[in-house]
Design a protein around this ligand. Structure first.
Ligand SMILES: Cc1ncc(COP(=O)(O)O)c(C=O)c1O
Length: 452
């Protein structure tokens, strides 16, 4: 199928026979048939589309349906799929071996590059996932401050380590678990050491610090939230966050697993001019291979073993294939900095404007929030700005599900949850945006017809 395939042809030819058969097989041997819950597409009243290949801004499923991809592997694919620079770097690395369990040059180059691009990071440790990065950063913050309480924010997701599964955003909300304070299996003693506050609520933050100052080891935050759908921090909230942490001696951890090297080359902290004590990374730094990292102030990072006593280790940490892919992607972004981020920003803006137009024309209430490379369309009252997880929870998720199902049939692969942000790549261009906006127009029109 060519990129110029018309929407009508797509709709007519949409088929999911092979995906459905694979899902039946998968459910027998994999819990829920998927290896990460949101992929089940349950909350949008659908089931997974099994992807056979991807290229640039597109993915093709097992039934040969072609989609404009707005999941981008949940963030890593900022250069689009199969970018030549990433492919050739991995091919080159592969010739030398797949894992050594001993240091390699690529790890040093990766650490140096991350520190160059993100000035708050003076030392960095590579791990294998964002979950591992956040879990390790919190352990380190507790060791450094000799305190135990962790503050997070409702709707922020920092991976699935026990102490983070408190009002943890998209994954749990998508499964209808937003009210749960944790997942079964998480001891209450663990979550008892995590306090979750409403995002953007300065008073709640001040109050928590007033009551618990001497106990707070750290505040961990998605500086731009992607896991409630997109939430943007108010300047006052950011200011309070940095000020209160500084005054109390608690460490400020920016979870830039999603935003790192995406919303700007130096991440959200570059955009906002904030210097957190520690930062966690993932996604973009692996170019689509499994990776994570945490880094920050030298005096804090020096406590990590073997330089210090805070234990953290990993058989595959700093894996040469992941380092090669991530380095290639970061270097490409660094070389094209202004041009690439301007393009990403403009494309996101164009999509946002297009979607706002569709909402207005269809007389459907909703809000479009966006930052370069990330966007959310919330089906909610347009007069109440979405600034917190509770605001996001007011969305019409049934309507979202109906729109989502109609979109897939029209060749747009949108995140299968109202509480996830869409990701754009530099391979998304004017044609893709035009087609996406047209697909939304048709999908919203269809969803309106069936709305009760
Ligand atoms: C902000 C944030 N932090 C941490 C994580 C966990 O990363 P991983 O899925 O690689 O464990 C995610 C995953 O989506 C995330 O969005």
């Amino acid at each position: 199928m060519s990129a110029s395939t018309t929407e009508a042809t797509r709709e007519k030819s949409f088929c999911r026979e092979r995906s459905d058969k694979l899902f039946e097989r998968a459910k027998v041997r994999i819990p829920g048939g998927v290896n990460s819950p949101v992929r089940s597409c349950k909350s949008v009243g659908s089931s997974p589309l099994f992807i056979a290949s991807a290229d640039g801004a597109y993915m093709i499923d097992e039934d040969d349906n072609r989609y404009i991809d707005y999941v981008g592997s949940w963030g890593p694919m900022i250069l689009g799929h199969r970018h030549p620079c990433v492919l050739s770097a991995v091919e080159d690395a592969l010739v030398h071996g797949t894992s050594y369990g001993a240091p390699s040059r690529l790890e040093v180059e990766m650490a140096e590059l991350i520190c160059d691009l993100v000035p708050s990071v003076e030392m960095v440790r590579m791990v294998n996932s964002g979950t591992e990065a956040c879990m390790s950063a919190v352990r380190l913050a507790r060791a450094f401050t000799k305190r135990e309480l962790v503050i997070k924010f409702d709707g922020c997701y920092h991976g699935h380590a026990d102490s983070f599964l408190v009002k943890a955003g998209s994954g749990l909300a998508t499964l209808g678990l937003s009210e749960a304070t944790s997942s079964p299996g998480v001891p209450t003693q663990f979550t008892g050491l995590t306090m979750s506050l409403p995002f953007n609520d300065v008073d709640a933050l001040r109050q928590a610090f007033a009551q618990k100052t001497a106990e707070i080891a750290c505040v961990i935050v998605e500086p731009i939230v992607g896991n409630s759908g997109l939430l943007i921090p108010s300047p006052e909230f950011l200011k309070s966050l940095t000020g209160l942490c500084k005054d109390s001696g608690a460490l400020l951890i920016f979870d830039e697993v999603m935003t790192g090297f995406r919303v700007a080359l130096g991440g959200a902290q570059e955009r906002f001019g904030v210097k957190p004590d520690l930062t966690t990374f993932g996604k973009v730094i692996g170019g689509g291979l499994p990776v994570g990292a945490y880094g920050g102030r030298r005096d804090v990072m020096s406590m990590v073993a073997p330089e210090g006593a805070v234990y953290q280790a990993g058989t595959l940490s700093g894996n040469p294939l992941a380092m090669a892919a991530g380095l290639a992607q970061l270097r490409y972004l660094q070389a094209g900095k202004v041009r690439l981020y301007e393009k990403l920003s403009q494309t996101t803006e164009d999509l946002a404007e297009g979607l706002k137009g569709v909402l207005a024309e269809a007389d459907v209430s909703g809000q479009v929030l966006h930052v370069p490379g990330m966007l959310s369309l919330f089906f909610t009252d347009s007069s109440e700005p979405v600034q917190s997880f509770d605001d996001a929870l007011k969305c019409d998720t049934k309507f979202f599900g109906s729109v989502w199902r109609n979109l897939t049939e029209r060749g747009v692969y949108w995140p299968p949850s109202q509480f996830e942000a869409a990701f754009l790549s530099i391979m998304h261009g004017k044609n893709e945006i035009k087609e996406t906006v047209a697909a939304f127009k048709a999908a919203i029109g269809e969803a309106k017809k069936t709305k009760k």
